[in-house]
Design a protein around this ligand. Sequence first.
Ligand code: AP5
Length: 215
Amino acid sequence: MARTHIVILGPPGSGKGTQASRVAREYGLAHLSTGDMLRDAVARATELGLEAETYMKRGLLVSDEIIFGLINEALDAAKNTGWIMDGFPRNLVQAEMLSKMLGERGETIDYVLDIDVDSELIVRRLSKRRVCPACKAVYNLDTIKTKVEGICDACGGALVKRPDDEEETVRRRLAVYKEQTAPVIDFFRSRGGLVTVDGAGDIEEIFAEIRRVMK
Ligand code: AP5
């Protein structure tokens, strides 16, 4: 699986990050999450982070220019390992740009996975999500509990609720997804090779399904 390139799509809270981190571990790939990159920049209060934060807290997409800079650097860093891309592309301009960037690098996408989950289940899941800002581990008060309440099993950091996981913001993110990101699924479908995975089931069953797709 060396240098495999995977794009994982799906609405906010569908489990992209959860599955991408498992796939990255299993196949030795870099996990390129634009959301994590942006949250890092916000935490460091960089100029980029401060600009991005104004959009993220409202549940809107940040500008394509900011994202292209992050993706270019991430593709350079992951050129020897391969990658799974989580959270990008998120609109048709980004999808076209990814094709162009990969073309210039002589790289191709091997798998496009689309995780499909009903909106009401997503709202419930995200109200219970807790994340570790230090190591990026993701938990859930219902489904992935920590051994000690509020403390990350992996690094001992204090867990937080993401500011964009309040219900009103989640619903806006879902609307933005429907309007701007859903067309990206048709973009990849029309090029062949897109596989839709039911994301409503158990995390390990979904991962097993992804592994079957990648055989
Ligand atoms: P980003 O961080 O990418 O957020 P998102 O796409 O909205 O996705 P999430 O991280 O919320 O969810 P996920 O699908 O990864 O689900 P997870 O695995 O955590 O982006 C955040 C913001 O940054 C955007 O709104 C935007 O402003 C900006 N941004 C990012 N990329 C951008 C781009 N390319 N262009 C412009 N702006 C960009 O799972 C969710 C919860 O459910 C967790 O608690 C998990 O434990 C649980 N769970 C997962 N799977 C299951 C399961 N099968 N059963 C039960 N529980 C489950």
